[in-house]
Design a protein around this ligand. Structure first.
Ligand code: GLU
Length: 476
């Protein structure tokens, strides 16, 4: 394999990309990246983005996964053009392609048993050779083949391997990648049960669907060599590929459940904003994406597929959640309020609006609203560290705070008065007041908290803090 730089400028308006998942499971981070890259490329160039389910593996393909994948893509805002395509609907085209190849002598039946192939592979490896198909069935004569096919199981292979010649994969990231045919195998395209492997249907569908560009991981590079050979042999034009570096887990291992991959469904259940996943994913391996772009249309406009890294990149949950917090802070209240409501179900609608406005900048996730429940109900649970802070301040402190509030019901003059009466200052003054009023150690500006609560609520919370301190003393 060798690389030669060749500028492959996209032909604007004519771009068609696709996302071609096998519906055998839920959408995971790796698939999201592939879908997103192809979507961004199509949207950037004003082209089309198709969704094609590669559902030829009938045993494992499941209707519910088809629906789940569509729902996840929609949730992410990755919209496809036209009807959803199904590979199984092109079955006749796949068979015709195989027939055509067989007629030209470019595909052949192979009767070698699995044990024979294993032996061949072991032998090749022991001689320091690649474990390639030995070519035993390649030159069987036609009568013999017809005879054996009647009662012997067989697979179909492509007759690619040759001593001379090459196949060139047009790749916009690597330049043209040249594979010598002597380095390629005769891959299986039809299994012994008659089902097609990935190679032929995927390539033929790309041609039939008019796919012009394919962005996929560099683990597909050798497949692409087979597929370009196949397409050339069938008289189709191969798409331009972008074989990008793989997405790795947080630990640098191949992305899997163990290395921290998630399904989109899981993330949605955790309350993640879809934009956060899009932002974190679109920026992976893509330098020069301006930080200020916060919606996927803007990201698409700046997307430069030629910049996508050919080195592997690591996934980071932290980065995704950082984006979540950022986007949460930018949300309009009509969108934010329904996210907060499940965590503070008791509150009246108007009070919820005021509550949301007060705490929005202090939320990393919508569930953080529970930290501030004391702002809504005096008997709400306190943040774990709040009670020790209250008890450290003591009942007398809160009595001073109550007395001072009667004389100075305004944040600045109140705190000055509490300071004078209690002798507490700095953190020892402000922290006990904060935890008494809001229930949390950190949160909105205290002057805003005071305005939000109003006198009656403030007194109730100071009384409650005093009692919690007295209870503590009684219990100790
Ligand atoms: N169905 C294939 C997969 O899910 C598609 C690969 C490709 O993008 O060509 O891996």
């Amino acid at each position: 394999m060798s690389h030669a730089a060749s500028p492959l400028a996209p032909n604007a308006s004519q771009v068609t990309t696709r996302f071609a998942p096998s519906p055998t499971g839920l959408l995971h981070l790796g698939n999201v990246r592939t879908a997103l890259l192809n979507w961004l490329y199509a949207r950037k160039h004003g082209g089309s983005f198709l969704l094609r389910f590669e559902d030829t593996d009938q045993d494992r393909s499941q209707i519910e996964y088809i629906e789940a994948i569509k729902a996840d893509l929609s949730w992410l805002g990755v919209d496809w053009d036209g009807d959803v395509l199904f590979q199984s609907e092109h079955a006749a085209k796949h068979s015709q392609a195989l027939e055509k190849l067989a007629e030209k002598g470019l595909a052949y039946r192979c009767f070698c048993s699995e044990s024979k192939l294993n032996l061949d592979r072991k032998l090749a490896t022991s001689r320091g050779l690649p474990p390639r198909y030995a070519g035993r069935c390649r030159h069987l004569d036609a009568d013999q083949v017809a005879d054996r096919a009647k009662d012997e199981p067989f697979v179909w292979r492509l007759a690619i391997h040759a001593d001379a010649g090459e196949v060139i994969v047009p790749d916009a990231l690597h330049g043209d990648v040249t594979f010598a045919l002597r380095d390629l195998d005769d891959p299986v395209v039809v299994r012994s049960d008659g089902s097609f492997t990935f190679l032929l249907p995927n390539a033929v569908d790309d041609a039939v669907d008019g796919i012009t560009h394919v962005l996929r991981g560099d683990d597909h590079l050798t497949n692409s060599a087979y597929q370009v050979w196949l397409l050339n042999s069938l008289g189709y034009k191969a798409p331009i590929y972008f074989h990008h570096g793989l997405l790795l887990g947080q630990d640098g291992a191949k992305l899997s459940k163990r290395s921290g991959s998630h399904s989109v469904a899981e993330l949605r259940d955790e309350g993640l904003l879809p934009g956060a996943l899009v932002q974190a994913m679109a920026r992976l391996g893509h330098p020069n994406m301006p930080d200020a772009l916060h919606d996927s249309t803007a990201i698409a406009a700046h997307f430069n597929a030629e910049h996508v890294s050919t080195s592997s990149v690591r996934w980071s949950d932290e980065e995704m959640w950082r984006w979540h917090t950022r986007l949460l802070h930018e949300l309009d209240s009509e969108l934010l309020i329904p996210m907060i409501r499940p965590f503070v179900p008791e509150v009246q609608p108007q009070r919820l609006v005021e509550f949301a406005a007060l705490i929005e900048r202090n939320l990393e996730r919508a569930s953080d609203a529970t930290l501030f429940q004391r702002l809504l109900a005096v008997d709400a649970a306190l943040e774990a560290e709040a009670l020790p802070v209250m008890r450290e301040a003591g009942a007398d402190f809160y009595q001073h705070a109550l007395d001072a509030w009667q004389d100075n019901p305004e944040w600045k003059s109140w705190t000055a008065d509490v300071k004078e009466r209690s002798g507490a200052k700095g953190k020892a003054l402000f922290m006990p007041l904060r935890v008494a009023l809001s229930g949390a150690l950190h949160g909105p500006e205290m002057s805003d908290v005071v305005a939000f609560l109003g006198s009656e609520n403030i007194v109730a919370r100071l009384e409650s803090a005093k009692h919690l301190c007295l209870e503590g003393q009684a219990g100790s």
